[in-house]
Design a protein around this ligand. Structure first.
Ligand code: GAL
Ligand code: CA
Length: 360
């Protein structure tokens, strides 16, 4: 009996706190729990479900939603739709969520500049929306106070790539094979126009130059984030430049792995013929390549923390503000900027271990 009383007064305090401090001040759901609403529908759109890194985020969001349902005392039905690289299709998927009364939308836009249209729609329908990975432009983010963004800084990832290489050189890695005082490199970029492609490339090279390296670009092309496309580009470059290439810089791991596959087909890594390769993301196969020594390093694009931030915000949006969920990223002006981490042979084991615990 006493327990019951204590519990109900606790509930009242919690509900009051939700009313006072709700992150989503929406008229519709900020006090959802008080009104006893228990069943929620969340719609998630992915720019392209075949993208490896995006599939990691999807899996972890799914995992954390479920993990916290009991504690929150709610049921959440998550519907995930693949926009298959088609913004027009994605717009109809958003319409479907709106028409069917979804409570929160998680949006990974195809074209980040089209976020504006989505924002107009969700604002009209009063549906809190969390964008992730593909950052809407700042003007669009300012359109409404119930839209959020979870992602990582592209500049930081690029800088860290440069720093890993500078460290490796300081520790004796000899990049300038032909001793001409320049580092001949090829760059495999992500999709045109994507913030992570433009800024990672720019800042990686900038750090290398700031550290006194004379960088000479042999070729730059896009692999659109995919292994297969990067492999084809790399095969062409091996034909054209062969051993003149002194380093392969890739905007993500999948493309770095594609370059390695191409090199394997050209008999690299067999004996002492190799070209260092670096990526971004920290996908499992890249961690294995770092262990095996075919990849020099990667930058962990912390999908676990990103998924946690998405789920943390999502629960707030449905009125659950007191979850015992540990995130290390602070929300600032509706943004969650999740920090990257450098991964090399020295620490690859700890990152691998962490990932395998998560995937259980
Ligand atoms: C990047 C990631 C890429 C790709 C892209 C999709 O952050 O590094 O691998 O997933 O997002 O938007
Ligand atoms: Ca050289």
């Amino acid at each position: 009996m006493r327990k019951y009383t204590k519990k109900s007064s606790m509930l009242m305090i919690v509900s009051l706190m939700i009313m006072l401090f709700s992150g989503c001040t929406g008229d519709k759901y900020s006090n959802a729990n008080q009104r006893g609403k228990k069943d929620f529908k969340v719609g998630m759109v992915l720019y392209n479900a075949e993208d490896t890194f995006i599939s990691y985020i999807r899996d972890m969001v799914d995992y954390y939603i479920e993990l916290y349902e009991d504690e929150a005392g709610v049921n959440i039905e998550l519907e995930v739709l693949d926009s298959a690289n088609n913004q027009a299709l994605q717009n109809t998927q958003i319409d479907h969520f709106i028409k069917n009364g979804y409570d929160v939308i998680l949006a990974n836009t195809v074209d980040r500049e089209e976020a504006s249209m989505i924002i107009d729609k969700v604002q009209k329908a009063k549906i809190d929306t969390i964008f992730f990975n593909r950052e809407p432009v700042p003007q669009d983010m300012k359109k409404w106070n119930r839209i959020y963004y979870v992602g990582s800084s592209a500049e930081e990832a690029g800088r860290m790539q440069g720093e890993i290489l500078v460290d490796a050189i300081n520790n004796g890695l000899e990049l300038d094979k032909n001793k001409d005082g320049k580092i001949q490199y090829v760059m495999i970029e992500g999709e045109y126009g994507h913030q992570d492609a433009i800024l990672r490339t720019y800042h990686c090279i900038k750090v290398l130059e700031e550290n006194g390296l004379n960088m000479e670009n042999l070729a730059t092309d896009t692999g659109r984030w995919f292994k297969k496309e990067a492999k084809e580009k790399m095969e062409n470059w091996l034909e054209e430049f062969g051993d003149k290439i002194e380093i392969v810089l890739a905007n993500n791991d999948e493309m770095a792995l594609g370059a390695i596959e191409a090199m394997k087909a050209y008999d690299y890594f067999n004996g002492d013929q190799w070209i260092p390769v670096i990526g971004v993301d920290g996908v499992d196969e890249a961690l294995e390549a770092i262990e095996a020594g075919t990849m020099i390093g990667t930058i962990l694009n912390d999908y676990d923390e990103q998924a946690k931030c998405i789920v943390y915000k999502l629960y707030q949006c449905i009125g659950v503000n007191d979850l015992n969920i540990n995130i290390s990223t602070q929300e600032k002006d509706n943004y969650f900027w999740v920090k990257h981490k450098k991964v090399t042979k020295e620490n690859v084991n700890t990152v691998k271990k962490h990932n395998s615990i998560l995937k259980k």
